[in-house]
Write a protein that binds this ligand. Structure first.
Ligand SMILES: [Zn+2]
Length: 110
């Protein structure tokens, strides 16, 4: 079996994105790094002085990068669960690990 390296956040292969940066068991492509930088720029660094201090425009500008991160994270979660299912780990065990019911795990990820 050939292992294709993929961005852990957007799921694109190394061939599609050019270069991947590697971390412990994860990889990230340049596009996703840019998304992260945008989020860090857009999100106020102090929590106490949070969303309320941002203008409508700033908040609107922060929506797309945040949504991209949510999608990327969901893709990582899905990939992890698919790997567990390949290993025939039960929906019951996956649900327990996520703190949800077996049924809820199955409905969300199968
Ligand atoms: Zn990526």
């Amino acid at each position: 079996m050939t292992r294709t390296l993929k961005c852990s956040f957007c799921g694109k292969s190394a061939a599609q994105v050019g270069r991947l940066l590697a971390g412990p068991k994860v990889h990230i492509c340049g596009t996703c790094v840019e998304v992260c930088v945008k989020i860090l720029d857009a999100v106020p660094s102090e929590f106490g002085d949070g969303w309320e201090s941002m203008s409508d425009e700033q908040l609107l500008a922060a929506l797309a990068p945040t949504a991209a991160t949510v999608d990327g994270t969901r893709a990582v979660l899905q990939a992890q669960i698919e790997e567990l299912r390949k290993r025939t780990v039960s929906w019951d065990a996956i649900g327990r690990a996520l703190g949800i019911s077996r049924q809820a795990a199955w409905e969300r990820f199968s």
